[in-house]
Design a protein around this ligand. Structure first.
Ligand SMILES: Cc1ncc(COP(=O)(O)O)c(C=O)c1O
Length: 407
């Protein structure tokens, strides 16, 4: 037996992906991290390239990944408990670090309880497996992240029990709620907090008000869920995310430790009963090893920092650098999507020009991601810049100057 026949078929499928423009380009490999020095923020070196790159495509908004207290906490946990848990949570794979992180993140987002997962991706899937039944109707924003779309698929919801509303369109959300069959007992309205390709946010207060008006129509009510992976730690007055920004919290909050907190892993925060249902029913929690103790210890430290004067200072710097970059684009007359989030899209609106600009920035030591069809609709071709707290004023000026010189 060999896989040669399968290999031939897969090659044809991969060629088709490339022809449709949907194939991912080869992965660049980072081999050196160069700490900030003087006026310059951190730099990265790639295998086979001597350039010292600025990363403007990292989700590590608060730049905590290399923070000494996080690496020390991870080191200490590893030395004391080892590198891996040795089992899933319910077969004695639960260490004190897992429980402490669950308590810490629940407190941070002001919910009674939380469960941690290996990622926000598996958190979304876990939630769908836990709270969905045959009489559940799901409604989501049209631009929701792939993990939410996948979550709705794996929970085997019939297509009649699903509705999609136009991006951030509250009149359309109402229409989708009006369409829900009276036989349904439970409605889940789920949306990204920050839309990762655009940097705009869900109007949580408006969504909650609308959902409240429909709540009494259904036996278990209308439940609001935000996946605030790009908001938690990086948005709002105190970095508590989109709920902080909108002054309104959904019933269930999903997030990641892998972006602003600079570590890895995801979480669901909600009532104690919902969290116990997750523990009992979420396959992506039950049948897989948990995060390492190192990840958990580092994530607790990240939340502690985020909650401290140092965290507020990092957030302030993030906001200042973001504003500096946005103002720079405005000065150059470049089109973006307004808002204070550190995801700053530059609307290029042309595939070839997007590729050229990404290459030009790369050739001048700047890593960014270009989004072209079919990832975004034709005409919406974009370069996504992501500002991090570690970027200096000189770094931002350098990139704006590069954009100014691009022909
Ligand atoms: C809204 C949203 N959810 C989930 C994820 C995935 O997060 P994680 O890497 O923790 O799975 C992302 C990021 O890519 C995201 O933007």
């Amino acid at each position: 037996m060999s896989t040669s026949k399968l290999d031939i078929s897969l090659t044809q499928e991969l060629e088709a992906l490339a022809r449709e423009g949907r194939a991912k380009s080869p992965e660049r490999i980072i081999e050196h991290y160069i700490p900030p020095k003087g006026e310059l923020g951190p730099r990265y070196k790639l295998v086979g390239n001597d350039t010292e790159f600025i990363r403007l495509n990292s989700n590590s908004y608060l730049s905590l990944s290399n923070h000494g207290e996080l690496t020390a906490a991870a080191d200490k946990a590893t030395r004391n408990f080892g590198v891996g848990p040795g089992a899933v949570r319910f077969i004695d794979g639960t260490f004190i670090h897992h429980v402490l992180l669950e308590k810490r993140v629940a407190k941070f987002v002001a919910k009674p309880a939380a469960k941690i997962f290996n990622s926000a991706y598996t958190s979304n899937c876990g939630l769908a497996l836990s709270i969905s039944n045959k009489k559940t109707h799901w409604i989501g924003d049209q631009l929701n992240h792939n993990s939410i779309i996948r979550a709705m698929r794996i929970s085997n919801i019939p297509s009649a029990n699903k509705g999609i509303f136009k991006h951030n369109d509250m009149a359309d959300l109402k229409r989708r709620l009006d369409e829900v069959s009276p036989d349904m007992e439970r409605v889940v309205v789920i949306f990204d907090g920050i839309f990762s390709m655009r940097g705009d946010c869900a109007p949580i207060n408006e969504i909650k008000t609308i959902c409240k008006a429909y709540d009494s129509k259904f036996k278990d009510g209308v439940i609001t869920v935000v996946d605030d992976s790009h908001g938690i730690g990086a948005y709002g007055d105190t970095g508590r995310g989109t709920s902080d920004f909108c002054h309104a919290a959904p019933d269930i909050i999903i997030g990641t430790f892998g972006k602003a907190f600079g570590v890895n892993g995801g979480f669901i925060a909600a009532s104690k009963t919902i969290i116990e249902s997750v523990r009992q029913k979420a396959d992506t929690y039950i049948y897989t090893n948990p995060l390492s103790v190192a990840d958990c210890a580092a994530a607790v430290k990240a939340i502690d920092i985020c909650d401290s004067a140092e965290g507020l200072e990092l957030l302030k710097n993030l906001k200042q650098r973001t504003a500096q970059f946005r103002q720079g684009l405005e000065r150059l007359g470049k089109e973006s999507i307004p808002g204070p989030h550190p995801v700053v899209p530059l609307m290029v609106r042309d595939t070839q020009k997007t590729h050229q600009l990404v290459k030009y920035l790369f050739d001048h030591g700047v890593l960014v991601v270009g989004l072209t069809f079919p990832v975004v609709p034709k005409g919406d071709e974009t370069i996504r810049f992501q500002i991090n707290a570690c970027h200096t004023s000189a770094d931002i000026d350098y990139v704006i100057e590069l954009l100014n010189n691009f022909q």
